[in-house]
Write a protein that binds this ligand. Structure first.
Ligand SMILES: Cc1ncc(COP(=O)(O)O)c(C=O)c1O
Length: 396
């Protein structure tokens, strides 16, 4: 039977990684990867995580199942991290947490929940969006549509977005990136979020907020502005949270599906269904990552250390954004690329065309995906002058 199966091409990013590895140019630069890198090009384990793991190793007394909602101690700390300490949503008992295998797992739970419990509702995602969104929702049986997000000049197209949201059929689901939009790096201002809230309320849409980069944009609380605004002002919201980036525990698969309902009673109904979709997918989530997060956030000292390390990562990215634009100044290109300093998160839609991306790879050994999306954490103070020179050359 297997002879009928067609091979599909591998992920474009994996091809890029292979090509980068083979390149012998000592000045080669990798801007394609999807993870944080420090100044030495490493993705280290955070010190707070190491401390938590040491405690876990010494104190763990069982490896029994943790249940479909995951560890209660994890939900206990993630809900206030996302919705805010003393959140009125939490006070009212309107929110439920279901631990999941990463943010991706939470998205799949959300997709299955919508498909089974809200049949007939389509989902709308930004154009462009994280490519996995395009696979996850149709895989669960949902019909996916796109709303515009960037214009022809490679800038945030907020008017286009808002206009499109106003046309979405009542009751459909709209996926919103809470912060650090992947792949573009363009985030909405607080004023723009308030306008989105109004449209979502008027059209009676169900927001699904993908929150994969909390703490990578402006700060842990600052980045949570949109999910908190929506949860506090609407009856129903779905949030998918990831601890992969902000705790640097990518491989531990740690995320959370947060369902916000109108009241505590409805929350319990919805929560019971979230357990079913989790059980039918994988039964129980992996425990280790959630245990790390819960260990850290239950300790004031480890929380302080973790916040410090997270701030370091965020500041590094935001400084590199500004320094990138500065490095382009001698070539008269600082205005053209000024948006890179204003974007947030790990990724930037640089505005480089596919042809320019090809030239950067072929002539300068600078690797990024053809959409012109660069991982800003791949910039360094050593490679910025080289990058600037190369970008100037392909702009000629
Ligand atoms: C927009 C977005 N959502 C969700 C995720 C999922 O993160 P993970 O499954 O690694 O926690 C990512 C990861 O790159 C992402 O960029």
């Amino acid at each position: 039977m297997f002879e009928q199966i067609e091979r599909v091409p591998g992920d474009a990013i994996l091809g890029l990684i292979e090509a980068f590895k083979k390149d012998s140019n000592p000045q080669k630069v990798d801007l394609g990867v999807g993870v944080y890198r420090d100044a030495q090009g490493n993705t280290p384990v955070m010190r707070a995580v190491k401390e938590a793991e040491t405690l876990l190793l010494n104190n763990e007394s069982t490896k029994t199942y943790i249940g479909s909602h995951g560890a209660p101690a994890y939900g206990e700390v993630v809900l206030p991290m996302v919705l805010g300490e003393g959140s009125p949503v939490l006070e009212a008992g309107r929110a439920s947490a279901t631990q999941s295998p990463g943010g991706t797992g939470a998205l799949r739970l959300a997709a299955d929940f919508i498909a089974t419990q809200l049949p007939g509702k389509d989902i709308w995602v930004s154009d462009p969006t994280w490519p996995n969104h395009l696979g996850i929702f149709p895989a669960a049986g949902l019909t996916l549509h796109k709303y515009p997000y960037v214009d022809a000049d490679n800038r945030l197209d907020f008017d286009g977005m808002l206009g499109a949201l106003k046309q979405i059929p009542e009751g459909d689901v709209v996926l919103l990136h809470a912060c650090c939009h992947n792949p573009t790096g363009f985030d909405l201002s607080r004023e723009q979020w308030k306008q989105v809230l109004e449209v979502v309320r008027e059209r009676r849409l169900l927001p699904l907020v993908d929150f994969a980069y909390q703490g990578f944009g402006e700060g842990l609380d600052e980045d949570a502005f949109a999910p908190r605004l929506l949860a506090e002002n609407l009856d129903e919201v779905i949030i998918t949270s990831s601890c992969s980036k902000n705790f640097g525990i990518y491989c531990e698969r740690t995320g959370c599906l947060i369902m916000v309902a109108k009241n505590a009673e409805q929350m319990e109904d919805v929560r019971s269904q979230a357990a079913i979709v989790a059980r039918e997918n994988y039964s129980n989530p992996p425990a280790h990552g959630g245990a790390i997060v819960s260990e850290i956030l239950h300790s004031d000292a480890m929380t302080a250390l973790w916040r410090e390390e997270l701030t370091e990562m965020r500041d590094r990215i935001n400084t590199l954004r500004r320094d990138f634009v500065e490095a382009l100044k001698p070539y008269g290109l600082d205005q053209k690329y000024a948006h890179v300093a204003e974007q947030r998160g790990m990724f930037s839609y640089t505005g480089l065309t596919p042809e320019q991306v090809d030239r950067l790879r072929d002539e300068f050994s600078i690797y990024m995906v053809r959409s012109g999306r660069a991982n800003v954490a791949g910039f360094s103070h050593e490679n910025l002058p080289y990058l600037a020179k190369a970008i100037a050359a392909v702009n000629d």
